[in-house]
Design a protein around this ligand. Structure first.
Ligand SMILES: *[C@@H]1O[C@H](CO)[C@@H](O)[C@H](O)[C@H]1NC(C)=O
Ligand SMILES: *[C@@H]1O[C@H](CO)[C@@H](O)[C@H](O)[C@H]1NC(C)=O
Ligand SMILES: *[C@@H]1O[C@H](CO)[C@@H](O)[C@H](O)[C@H]1NC(C)=O
Length: 155
């Protein structure tokens, strides 16, 4: 069960890594993208706050049950991706990861890995809930970067 979650996480990281390479390649090919870290750090708490609001609607005894909050978590991750790309930063990056880790600490410190029920939703659901939106976002971000590079809109 945990191995499945691990494999999924590996796949997920691979996609992110591949995307970073593509984006870096695009950036290197033309103008350099300047990541505004202060802008990013200013905006990330918006995602944290809405995730917090959603989590407070979930009974705190169920905070270790992924099925209960996977949609909110997915939205949270998509939100951080959006904020990071708005600041023209790469996602993931250490600062954004630090922020996400802080949110994890806030909600999931008391969850041991055997208490986190990763296996509750079948893989197919997990994949469509997490993986497909992220793939789409990755594709969109790549496309946006590519288009803006082509028309030299980026300053
Ligand atoms: C970065 O963001 C900050 C605050 O959001 C803004 O004041 C600053 O002008 C931005 N810097 C650049 C280089 O765009
Ligand atoms: C987790 O939540 C789902 C949906 O509410 C529920 O069906 C499942 O039994 C829960 N699992 C555990 C171990 O509490
Ligand atoms: C974790 O457990 C401690 C001690 O029981 C409790 O004070 C704290 O609020 C819990 N944190 C979370 C995020 O559930």
């Amino acid at each position: 069960m945990e191995r499945r979650a691990l494999r999924l996480a590996q796949l997920f990281l691979f996609v992110l890594w591949a995307n970073s390479l593509i984006t870096i390649g695009l950036a290197g090919a033309q103008q350099q993208i300047i990541c505004n870290e202060s802008f990013m750090l200013q905006n990330l708490p918006v995602c944290g706050k809405s995730f917090e609001e959603m989590m407070h609607k979930v009974d705190s005894t169920k905070w270790c049950n992924l099925t209960e909050f996977i949609l909110y978590y997915n939205n949270f991750i998509l939100c951080t991706e959006h904020k990071v790309s708005t600041a023209k930063c790469f996602w993931p990056n250490p600062l954004a990861e630090g922020f996400i880790t802080g949110i994890h600490r806030q909600f999931f410190t008391n969850c041991t890995s055997d208490k986190v029920h990763w296996e509750d939703p079948p893989d197919k659901i997990l994949v469509s809930l997490i993986f497909i939106p992220i793939l789409l976002t990755v594709a969109m971000v790549g496309l946006v970067v590519w288009c803006s590079k082509r028309s030299d809109i980026l300053v």
